[in-house]
Ligand binder design. Structure first.
Ligand code: NAD
Length: 394
């Protein structure tokens, strides 16, 4: 075990109960929550940037949360993260961290196959859990974990971060205010060269743990697909679904590297279609979301944010196409400059993650409903299970 300090720090033992005569989250909004991070790999820099108050996307929230420790099986990685983000302590053993630090919240940022076991440990140690996606490999695993959280009177939530990206919030607003009309279809397309042998997923010498998940490497993206679709459709049940899971690369490391899925459900205003495409062979890297309504449609690319909106404009149906071109052209120029600025400033598409964490900590502090609820997690897990069912497969 690598550990810079093993003294047991002072902490607010009383906030763990959260009810009765003792001090609860709702009593003192300025209460500092002690946060720990397990897994100091690539996504941890976003979580730790937020926790250390260095986020460019949300106001620093001194006093609301303090990172107290990080943990990774690799002592070098744990120490590096602790030093980079000024976190006081680092560990290689989560149980030791829980025992000595007694955090109020643990961010679980390890590979998906470890989430359930590590999350259970944290919940049983009295910590709330913010878990990277996918929190569990199936709805059954998720339900069992939610039972653990319930029995420990702790909360658990999952990163549905892209739902919080401003481009997605903007499109939601266009649906809510009627600009796009009634929702008809949501199409989400991710293009990423995951099979590249030089990449983290294609390295045959060090197979990535994601390959053990039911959808293999695509499981890393299923939560994004499902959470975004359900964000717009509001937990519609898709009674018809078909999914073609393929391995076009034929690389034996990969279970699947391509997904083409179609879902049809009954929304409040009629049928709603959902479409997911994951493509490892096309280019360039893309994460597009298109939302079609009865009046018009909007699309964005979460990797290069630019929202294009095609709707009836002043001038009627004759002039609307031209007006749309002008409006979208002006927006494209604005966003082209903004995206260049983002590149120069090395901004990532993880703005939504910071916004989600900010809302999550506010909710933990006030006792409000978390922004990603148990039902949101259930709906995502059910849809992913449905797409993996044998009878759904093309
Ligand atoms: N929300 C998003 O947009 C987003 C983006 C990237 C990754 N993720 C998710 O974040 C999670 C981690 O992904 P990553 O890309 O950072 O992975 P990574 O491989 O870069 O890092 C994982 C780290 O966890 C450590 N680890 C593994 N088992 C451990 C254990 N039992 N105890 C302590 N440390 C352990 C590893 O040593 C490694 O450093 C995954 O669930 C992934 O799907 C989410």
């Amino acid at each position: 075990m690598s550990q810079s300090t093993i003294t047991k720090p002072d902490r607010h033992d009383d906030i763990r109960d959260g009810t009765g005569d003792e001090r609860s989250f709702t009593d003192d909004i300025s209460l500092t929550l002690r946060a720990a991070v397990v897994g100091t790999g690539s996504i941890s820099s976003e979580h730790l940037t937020f926790l250390s108050g260095r986020s460019r996307f949300v106001d620093a929230t001194p006093g609301r949360v303090a990172p107290v420790a990080v943990c990774d099986l690799s002592p070098v990685s744990a120490r590096y993260a602790a030093e980079t983000f000024d976190v006081p302590n680092h560990y290689t053993d989560l149980e030791r961290l829980l025992e000595f630090e007694r955090p109020d919240v643990v961010h679980i940022l390890t590979p998906p196959s470890t989430h359930v076991q590590l999350a259970s440990l944290c919940l049983e140690a009295g910590a709330h859990v913010i878990c990277e996606k996918p929190v569990a490999a199936s709805i059954d695993e998720l339900e069992a974990l939610l039972d653990v959280a319930d029995s420990c009177d702790r909360k658990i939530t999952e990163s549905h971060n892209y739902c919080f990206n401003p481009a997605i919030t903007d499109i939601s607003r266009l649906l809510d205010d009627g600009t796009l009309g009634q929702l008809r279809e949501v199409e989400i397309r991710i293009v990423l060269p995951v099979t590249d042998t030089g990449g983290r997923f294609g390295d045959a010498n060090l197979p990535h743990p994601i390959h053990s998940m039911p959808a293999g490497v695509i499981h890393d993206f299923t939560t994004h697909f499902a959470s975004l679709l359900l964000h717009f459709t509001g937990h519609v049940r898709f009674h018809r679904a078909a999914a073609a899971w393929s391995n076009h690369s034929t690389n034996p490391l990969f279970r699947f590297d391509d997904l083409d899925a179609l879902m049809i459900g009954e929304g409040p205003d009629g049928p709603i279609h959902g479409r997911f495409r994951f493509d490892a062979g096309a280019g360039p890297d893309t994460f597009t979301v298109r939302v079609y309504g009865s009046r018009g449609w909007a699309e964005t690319d979460l990797f290069q944010p630019n929202t294009r909106v095609v709707i009836p404009r002043a001038g009627g149906s004759q002039l609307s196409p031209i007006a749309n071109h002008v409006a979208n052209g002006a927006e494209l120029i604005r966003n082209g400059v903004a995206n260049l600025g983002r590149k120069v400033m090395q901004r990532t598409p993880y703005e939504g993650l910071h916004l989600m964490l900010d809302e999550t900590y506010r909710a933990l502090a006030t006792g409000d409903t978390l922004p990603v609820t148990n039902d949101d997690m259930r709906a995502v897990a059910r849809l992913v299970d449905q797409l993996l069912e044998e009878k759904t497969r093309l």
